[in-house]
Design a protein around this ligand. Structure first.
Ligand code: AMP
Length: 421
């Protein structure tokens, strides 16, 4: 038997209902903050991600599903959504519309990481991206929208971590100092971090290996190197968050795995999911639109990881898995009854009432068994005798109550009786 690809998962019906509820909540809340939905494709030219995420990041170096298609084009299954949203923003000249532009998108991402709990090769994100303002108010509004979403899901034990990564003015000096510090401590770093010193030194601060964390305990902090504009921006962000009552932790090690971030960066973490503790991450990327060939437009965004989010939602048990609808099983005896029952069934379905029947000739006992297996809330029984008498029997499977309904007033009468019984 052909099995699922390693690191991929099926979201079966018992989970999918809850996923849909939470996706709808995200869409609803984000729309309330003025965000419009966008649906970019899941595949793009490989260069888009190489240029935006950065050649020397783990994602681009090791994790992308990149291949030449049959026409020889080198394409990539998107590892994240921001680059695609930026590409669409530039390609369709969405910047020509006045004012700030806000978009959200929900869908699958692909990274060939080592699969483990909370880390998959296909996973899902809901992303929010804002173009056209460099204001710290926008950074704060995004974090506020994120915490509003998590509050609506009644999630507990979440912490917002926040840092500033500076800009092209102040980051180079920090990078230089950090590199010298890392060189001095090279012997205490893991092999990956030794390689990172030249290619992507900021990522060393994010390494999870104990010895690396120990070795970088006294590493320079970016916040000590911010230029006055970046320092002012960061101060406003933290001040506004405090005024809004959004709790946060300053985290000078927070660097994120993608090169395009500038200034504010944040991550929301939980202590309830073990090692994979980041539920959402984001920040400013003021240079990316220009870097990808668009105008000089500042931007800020975030991504929430749905797999981890859904684990938290299940632990919190706060989202009802859809309202329970009545489920009507039509038990028909004889060909004539079956064709009548089938007509009603189609009408009930059209009205949004799940209804089923046994499409093969079966005895009443076997049909009742099938109704039970299907978790019918009601069974309507129609046979020759019922057709003769002009009444059918409706049985409530929970209360075991039965009532007779006039055949000639079907199926409206059935619809009303279901909501009553
Ligand atoms: P990133 O795009 O790396 O900033 O990730 C944003 C969020 O997506 C993270 O906080 C995680 O919740 C989620 N995420 C990232 N990679 C994976 C993965 N391989 N499997 C499941 N969730 C992921």
């Amino acid at each position: 038997m052909i099995q699922l690809i390693k690191g991929f998962r099926d979201i079966l019906p018992d989970e999918a209902g809850l996923w849909r509820q939470v996706e709808m909540m995200a869409a609803d809340i984000f729309s309330g903050f003025g965000f419009l939905e966008m649906r970019p494709p899941v595949m793009e030219k490989a260069d888009l991600f190489k240029r935006s995420i950065g050649e020397h990041t783990d994602i681009v170096e090791k994790e992308m599903y990149t291949f030449a298609d049959r026409g020889g084009d080198v394409v990539t299954l998107r590892p994240e959504a921001t680059a695609s949203v930026v590409r669409a923003y530039i390609q369709h000249k969405l910047y020509n519309t006045a004012g700030v532009q806000k978009f959200y998108t929900i869908g699958p991402m692909f990274r060939r990481e080592r699969p483990q709990k909370g880390r998959y090769r296909q996973f899902h994100q809901v992303n929010a991206e804002v173009f056209g303002t460099a204001s710290p108010y926008m950074d704060v509004q995004l974090v506020f929208m994120l915490t509003t979403f998590f509050d609506a899901l009644a999630l507990k034990n979440l912490t917002v971590h926040i840092n500033s990564l500076g800009c092209s003015e102040c980051r180079p000096l920090f990078r230089e100092r950090l590199c010298s510090f890392l060189e001095e401590n090279r012997l205490n770093l893991c092999n990956d971090c030794k390689r990172r010193i030249d290619r992507n030194p900021l990522r060393v601060l994010d390494c999870k290996v104990d010895t690396c964390r120990q070795a970088t305990k006294d590493a320079p902090a970016i916040t000590d190197f911010l230029c006055s504009d970046c320092a002012g921006h960061f101060e406003q962000v933290t001040g506004l968050l405090t005024e809004l009552g959004v709790g946060f932790e300053l985290d000078r090690r927070l660097v994120r795995g993608l090169d395009y971030y500038t200034r504010t960066t944040f991550e929301v973490r939980t202590d309830m999911l073990g090692a994979q503790s980041a539920v959402a991450g984001g920040g400013r990327y003021d240079n990316l639109v220009k870097m990808l060939g668009g105008p000089d437009v500042p931007a800020v965004g975030f991504a929430v990881g749905f797999e981890r989010l859904m684990e938290l939602v299940e632990l919190a048990g706060s989202v009802p898995c859809g309202t329970e609808r009545p489920r009507v099983f039509m038990a028909a005896l004889g060909e004539k009854a079956r064709s009548i029952a089938f007509k009603w069934l189609c009408e009930l379905n059209r009205e949004g009432v799940p209804a089923e029947m046994c499409m093969e000739e079966r005895g009443l006992k076997s049909q009742m068994k099938q109704a039970d297996k299907w978790n019918a809330t009601h069974v309507a029984i129609v046979g020759d005798a019922e057709i003769e008498s002009g009444n059918i029997i409706l049985r409530n499977m929970n209360t075991k109550q039965q009532e007779e309904l006039p055949l000639d007033k079907m199926p409206e009468c059935l619809g009303r009786a279901i909501s009553r019984l």
